[in-house]
Ligand binder design. Structure first.
Ligand code: ADP
Ligand code: MG
Length: 261
């Protein structure tokens, strides 16, 4: 496993994504995150939050713009990378998914050792040899996320909250410079959601890396974020600390009035 990454600086400039020509979903996003702290991206369904997160690690190819990532003193543009250079850069970006993206029939430990963002196929995962150092680190991370006793359990026997802890531990396994999470609490009950947000915030702090979370739950975002980015219609319309997010912003972001009552 590669050396510990230093905290990443991520700078997105004029990011545009069109799934269909002439119909941009992201209409020129500028966003920079660095140091430590949790940033939540809020906004209505279909506004491009997942597209934005997925452009950062290139699960989605951007149409235009730059995604500059500072890694150990070197700056790469994620939007331009291809092939092995892309795979290498991607390893510095941890990703947590709404639906966990774990391999159900593998154990928790195997998921940590093979998961790699869910980029590896299960077949390739099976063929991999595990190094003792990686196993030790995986067990340490399972302790960190409160799953020390679950290493040899199959994932399909776990609850949603436990699965998401595995998802977080798997992302941390890469020693990421940046941690991304796409609606990490949407499949979970309120109490578990709070635990997962706490864990994301704590792990970001402990490692000194920025955490970027898509979340449509405004109250959870307010409670756990150092910064909130409000998106609507493919643009950023609010960017600041939670207390600055007023009803007027929420009306602009989500539209309407009745739901604020
Ligand atoms: N793979 C895709 N192909 C075509 N359109 C897509 C694809 N993924 C998302 N979209 C469209 O892009 C828009 C933004 O989607 P998404 O990024 O998932 O928004 P959010 O995460 O905020 O709900 C939506 O209109 C969605 O239908
Ligand atoms: Mg989404």
């Amino acid at each position: 496993m590669h050396a510990n990454a230093t905290a990443g600086t991520l700078r997105i400039e004029q990011l545009v994504k069109e799934y269909r020509p002439g119909q941009p979903v992201l209409k020129g996003i500028d966003l920079a995150v660095s140091g430590t702290g949790l940033t939540s991206i809020i906004g209505p369904s279909g506004t491009g939050k997942s597209t934005l997160i997925r452009c950062i690690n290139r699960l989605v190819d951007p149409t235009a713009g730059r995604i500059l990532l500072e890694l150990q003193g070197q700056r790469v543009d994620m939007a331009q990378l291809r092939g092995s250079a892309l795979r290498a850069a991607r390893r510095h970006i941890g990703m947590v998914f709404q639906e966990y993206n774990l391999v159900e029939r593998l154990t928790v430990l195997e998921n940590l050792l093979t998961g790699r963002l869910g980029y590896l196929s299960a077949w390739r995962a099976w063929r991999r040899r595990f190094e003792a150092e990686d196993v030790a680190y995986a067990l340490e991370l399972l302790q960190t996320v409160g799953l020390a006793d679950f290493a040899t359990r199959r994932v399909d026997a776990l609850s949603g909250g436990q699965r998401q802890r595995v998802g977080i531990a798997r992302a941390l396994m890469q020693r990421p410079a940046v941690l991304l999470a796409d609606e990490p609490t949407s499949s979970l009950d309120p109490k578990t959601s709070v635990e997962i947000m706490e864990m994301l915030r704590e792990q970001g702090r402990a490692r000194g890396i920025p955490v970027l979370v898509n979340i449509h739950d405004v109250e959870l975002a307010r409670r756990y974020s150092d910064r909130i980015v409000g998106m609507t219609g493919g643009r950023v319309v609010y960017d600041g600390p939670p207390p600055g997010l007023q009803d007027a912003h929420l009306r602009q972001i989500y539209g309407g009035e009745a739901w604020l009552a």
